[in-house]
Design a protein around this ligand. Structure first.
Ligand code: C2E
Ligand code: MG
Ligand code: MG
Ligand code: MG
Length: 285
């Protein structure tokens, strides 16, 4: 995160910054074509039930397999897509691809399990589009998947605009039956009041809170307090950025439900993730 801050500060003669800005301009022109010509790929990262070590789901994370620049990470092109309106098309591609993938895993004898769910990241702009709810419903229906098998991750900033359309879209998605999860909880400056008001089921806590677990002894109490806030709102917590066994163990010891992070597995392309899913248990319970 601190690396990103450094990158965003404008340094006039910094060749790296100059390169980044040239790359950005180029990206706008190429992204539309990239979506259509199949240069985007989804990687999948496991989400683990902490009490059992079982993979309960995965998060789909988009990458751009660029013919010249190689694998470009989402931080480099999602903001550009959002600023140019291309995000709607990108979002539809992610939705279709992730749901199609879930269908293939359900059909594969090595990986089929009923309660394995797919998470996708949804942009603020998607909630502003009236077609979005229909797109989600259609994508699930076409693959004969129950709505609960898809969870939409929404950042705080995407849902606390608190305008009429956002509230309407959220309520419609909730009625459709898809899971709704707040992503990067605690990363912004928003109040916690909305946790009790919005129709969400889960809260994914920002990885900054997991980072100091195992280093700073007082951090576990702090994390337990956050966990208690989430639980008292009737929601389930998902803890991201788990990189060590100590962090996983600490979270489990205070009753946290689910976890995600490099310790359990990095985001992987379809083939590699399928193998991990077939092995199933990633963490000794
Ligand atoms: P996010 O949704 O919060 O996703 C989690 C990010 O943390 C991912 O970065 C993931 O690779 C990374 N991560 C996972 N475990 C660990 C860990 O243990 N330690 C550390 N340091 N990092 C970990 P990634 O894939 O670069 O994605 C960055 C962000 O880009 C995502 O944050 C999400 O906001 C956005 N994004 C990714 N895919 C999509 C997409 O399909 N659509 C939209 N709208 N946004 C996306
Ligand atoms: Mg996410
Ligand atoms: Mg997150
Ligand atoms: Mg994020």
């Amino acid at each position: 995160e601190s690396k990103n801050e450094g990158r965003n500060k404008l340094k006039v003669f910094d060749p790296a910054t100059l390169h980044a800005r040239q790359l950005q301009r180029q990206i706008v022109g190429e992204l539309r074509e990239a979506i259509r010509s199949g240069q985007l790929v989804l990687f999948y990262q496991p989400i683990v039930e902490l009490s059992t070590g079982r993979i309960e789901g995965c998060e789909a994370l988009v990458r751009w397999n660029h013919p010249v620049h190689g694998l470009i990470m989402p931080d480099q092109f999602i903001p550009v897509a959002e600023a140019t309106g291309l995000i709607a098309e990108l979002g539809r591609w992610v939705l279709r691809t992730a749901v199609g993938q879930l269908r293939r895993w359900r059909d594969n004898p090595a990986t089929k399990q009923h309660d394995f769910s797919m998470r996708i990241n949804v942009s603020a702009a998607d909630l502003q589009s009236l077609e979005f709810v229909d797109d989600v419903g259609e994508a699930l229906a076409e693959e004969s998947l129950a709505p609960e098998s898809l969870v939409l991750e929404l950042t705080e900033s995407a849902i606390i605009h608190n305008n009429e359309l956002d509230r309407y879209t959220l309520a419609s998605l909730h009625r459709l039956g898809v899971g709704l999860e707040i992503d990067d909880f605690g990363a912004g400056y928003s109040s916690m009041g909305y946790l009790r008001k919005l129709p969400v089921d889960r809260v994914k806590v920002d990885r900054q809170f997991v980072k100091d677990l195992g280093k700073d002894p007082s951090q576990l109490g702090f994390v337990a307090a956050i966990q208690e806030v989430i639980r008292s709102c009737g929601l389930e917590g998902v803890w991201e950025g788990i990189e060590t066994a100590e962090q996983a163990e600490a979270l489990r010891s205070i009753g946290c439900a689910s976890g995600q992070g490099y310790y359990f597995g990095r985001p992987l392309p379809e083939m590699e993730f399928t193998e991990q899913l077939a092995r199933q248990v990633v963490w000794p319970a």
